[in-house]
Design a binder for this molecule. Structure first.
Ligand SMILES: [Zn+2]
Length: 243
């Protein structure tokens, strides 16, 4: 029996994953006749985490669909914002430390492992804690154990942050989470954190917070101007209440 020939086109957002000839528009592919459409798309380099609707001759199908001869397949990009049953929680791979700190700065739950615990352990933690795995590693995003995953499209932390916020629209609560360990901050008296303060800090500020998990002290007004601008810009563009 001849192997089926199908026709494929990919949304522009997915072009970075596929080989150059497949970026130009509809191209032909011979399949083995038994592989699912999900497998076919993944084998061409596209993580399924990045795929939205799959259309066959204009009709939506599941990724378990086995494409038949002459079918026209359109692979769409994931919708933004991507629907989420609850405020999303994240897990970031070892290369995304700056992004992890910026998400925490905005009050977004962002677990981060450094040193690297390995792909298997990351995938297991994503599953156990129902966290969206954020990575630029397509191999990691192919792991079946992941609860959910998302490819991070840029190398640059500022663009990475916009990518994640526009995709998942997490509620923002700036200055409510420890940037060091992801713990939640609680308001405390100056006395509680006095030993962590420098003399000038103790005199100048009255609003103090402490990480419930690691004990790190925080105080309003002492933040680096760059952090303030990250918060201001994110809140202006993606909502949330300035802390
Ligand atoms: Zn902490």
């Amino acid at each position: 029996m001849d192997r089926p020939q199908i026709w494929l086109d990919f949304a522009p957002e997915l072009h970075l994953f596929v080989s150059a000839p497949r970026r130009a528009g509809r191209t032909a592919l011979r399949t083995d006749g038994t592989s699912t459409l999900g497998h076919v798309v993944e084998s061409l380099g596209v993580p399924l985490t990045e795929v939205g609707a799959l259309l066959v001759d204009g009709r939506p199908v599941r990724d378990s669909h086995v494409p038949a001869d002459t079918e026209h397949v359109s692979v769409e990009a994931v919708a933004r914002p991507q629907p989420s049953p609850a405020p999303p929680r994240f897990l970031l791979d070892v290369h995304l430390g700056t992004l992890a700190r910026r998400l925490r700065l905005l009050g977004v739950d962002a677990a981060y492992e450094n040193p690297d615990i390995g792909d298997a352990a990351l995938a297991a933690r994503s599953a156990a804690e129902q966290r969206v795995m954020l990575s630029r590693d397509r191999g990691l995003l192919r792991r079946r154990e992941l609860w959910a995953g998302a490819y991070v499209y840029s190398h640059r932390p500022a663009e990475q942050l916009r990518d994640v916020l526009s995709r998942f629209a997490p509620p923002l609560a700036p200055w409510s989470r420890c940037t060091t360990c992801n713990g939640t901050l609680r308001t405390v008296s100056k006395t509680t954190v006095r030993e962590q303060l420098h003399d000038g800090t103790e005199r100048s500020y009255d609003a103090f917070a402490q990480c419930a998990d690691c004990g790190q002290a925080y105080w309003r007004g002492a933040h680096h101007a760059r952090l303030e601008s990250i918060v201001t810009e994110a809140v202006r563009e993606f909502g949330g209440v300035p802390g």
